[in-house]
Design a protein around this ligand. Structure first.
Ligand code: COA
Length: 172
């Protein structure tokens, strides 16, 4: 499995993948909007390719954690998608691990997401509110709002209010 940075030539295939993996078009729209942002970091949009087929895709975007004084840049995971016929082969997990390494390389201390509580904890994601981090941008339960440390100990001193990129707010 080749995990590599998404290029412009992949955009159409990735959009098709997102439309097949998710029931609606929200995630495809989100990815398109995040790519258009001037701060978009290409290396944080990753494809899993094998035999010329893009089987999975993951995207991370720049988000913020406001501690009441300072606004810390952090990463947000999403969306993550694997083509239905290639799910349960570990592709999602490989993309998460690769993405976490890349986020660390970009200097992000933490990565956040809203996602399935039965899936992400196996990749180091913890309930964010248990660590003094809240989200007011979306009304979500404690179970689905998660964070992973990219460097041990970051959750001991980083707290406050998390915010996704505004592209997450504008979904149809
Ligand atoms: C979620 C998703 C990315 C996982 O990709 P994957 O390559 O199948 O994942 P992995 O092979 O790394 O892990 C498979 C494990 O995840 C579990 N899993 C997959 N989707 C899950 C879900 N929605 N909730 C809970 N567990 C899930 C499987 O049960 C499997 O565990 P098991 O083998 O112990 O039973 C993929 O199923 C997908 O694209 N789903 C549709 C889009 C989606 O929901 N994306 C995530 C949004 S938060």
């Amino acid at each position: 499995m080749n995990l590599r940075t998404e290029t412009k030539h992949d955009y159409e295939k990735v959009q098709d993948l997102l439309m097949r993996a998710f029931p609606g078009r929200e995630e495809a729209t989100l990815v398109r909007r995040l790519r258009e942002d001037k701060n978009f970091q290409q290396e944080l949009s990753i494809v899993a390719e094998e035999d010329g087929i893009i089987k999975g895709h993951i995207m991370f975007s720049r988000a913020s954690l406001f501690d009441g004084i300072d606004c810390h840049p952090v990463a947000a995971l999403g969306p993550l998608a694997v083509l239905p016929e290639y799910q349960r082969q570990g592709i999602g997990g490989m993309l998460i691990e690769e993405g976490k390494q890349r986020c660390l390389g970009h200097g992000f201390p933490l990565v956040f997401l809203i996602g399935h509580p039965g899936y992400y904890p196996r990749y180091g994601f913890l309930k964010a509110r248990a660590y003094g981090i809240d989200i007011t941008q979306f009304n979500v339960s404690d179970e689905v709002f998660m964070v992973a440390e990219l460097q041990r100990g970051e959750l001991d001193h980083l707290h406050g209010e998390f915010r996704f990129h505004s592209a997450f707010e504008e979904l149809e």
